[in-house]
Design a protein around this ligand. Structure first.
Ligand code: NDP
Ligand code: OXD
Length: 310
């Protein structure tokens, strides 16, 4: 079997080539750019491939996304449409996202930004906040990551809601579904967490109309994809006080340009797409296992539904 690997950073590509080669003895793992005889390549393992990268492999059996999202693969307008896309997911990724969401929800809940501001002014300023059961947190997207994050928040005691496309039942979480449940889900959410995949239906969903449906002073955490957010709408909502604070892990352009206003906005916390970065060794093992299963059986657990976009 031949595997072609691509990540935007050349040194990272070589690192992944070497690691996967070690995990797939007897296979031939090469960098996508160095893949001679493209028609002999069986699998591509990619993060943010360039337009046309995958079309030249005419006999691909599957494409592996080095990540949970497949939007970065589907963004290629020349993508061969009939090749299955395999996500990279697992307990490591879920655990990391639980930690990130818990950290930032608690931070907003306990008003840490204001507490740190008081410290910077040598101000012994006790901020008393409601207890978690009196704070409503909503999680948009109840897949692998959203369901785990919502469960963690419920275990911490928050009044937790979730929203997904289809109906769900999750212990301790009040679940809403579809467009019909959207406004009721948002109404009263003090802290909103986005864990939706990026699709035509979800692009731009974090916008002025949504912010108006939240209580005044709500906080927003976007740890899914940058284009879910209409950036100017967030800045306007922060400036008017409709939204009190935002934590943003993902952006339209990554790395976030050094002159982007989010870097210095007093109500924005920026993290560099690290909410849940699978460690490469764990990711490599997951990918190698999926490739071996797919090569043997023609499928594996983590095949995404490219038509619905996740
Ligand atoms: P899943 O595919 O497992 O779950 C997606 C969830 O979103 C499902 O519950 C689905 O509903 C729901 N959904 C999709 N479309 C809609 C819609 N139009 N309306 C309402 N609900 C919808 O995804 P994961 O949990 O694995 O990952 C979510 C996203 O997180 C990824 O796509 C990626 O973009 C992002 N991510 C970010 C990381 C980071 O470090 N910042 C790391 C990893 C992922 P249903 O169940 O009914 O189909
Ligand atoms: C992913 C990511 O999709 O890291 O896994 O964003």
């Amino acid at each position: 079997m031949r595997v072609a690997v691509y990540l935007p950073a050349e040194d990272k590509t070589q690192w992944w080539v070497d690691m996967l080669q070690g995990l797939l003895p007897g296979w031939d793992v090469v960098s996508l750019d160095a893949a001679a005889d493209p028609e002999t390549v069986d699998f591509a393992v990619v993060w943010r491939p360039r337009t046309g990268d995958l079309a030249r492999f005419r006999n691909l059996r599957a494409i592996v996304s080095i990540g949970a999202g497949i939007d970065h693969v589907l963004a290629d307008s020349e993508l061969p449409s009939d090749v299955p896309i395999i996500r990279t997911v697992g307990a490591d990724l879920t655990q990391r996202m639980r930690e990130y969401v818990a950290l930032h929800v608690l931070r907003h809940h306990r008003d840490m930004p204001r507490q740190l501001l008081a410290q910077a002014q040598n101000d012994w300023h006790a901020i008393v906040v409601p207890v978690a059961p009196n704070r409503t947190v909503g999680v948009m997207g109840l897949g692998n990551l959203g369901a785990a994050a919502a469960t963690t928040l419920a275990q911490l005691g928050f009044a937790t809601r979730g929203w997904s496309k289809s109906e769900k039942t999750i212990d301790g979480v009040t679940c809403f579904a579809g467009q019909g449940g959207f406004d009721t889900f948002l109404d009263g959410c003090d802290i909103l967490v986005n864990l939706l995949p990026l699709t035509d239906q979800t692009r731009g969903l974090l916008n002025a109309s949504l912010f108006r449906k939240l209580p005044k002073g709500a906080c927003v955490i976007n740890c899914a994809r940058g284009p879910h957010l209409v950036e100017d709408d967030l800045v306007a909502a922060l400036d008017s006080g409709q939204i009190k604070q935002a934590t943003l892990d993902v952006f339209h352009i990554e790395p976030l340009p050094t002159d982007h206003p989010f870097w210095s906005h007093p109500a924005v916390t920026v993290t560099p797409h690290v909410a849940s970065q699978i460690d490469a060794a764990t990711g490599g093992r997951l990918i190698a296992n999926n490739l071996m299963t797919f090569a043997k059986t023609g499928t594996c657990d983590d095949v995404a539904d490219a038509e619905r976009g996740y």
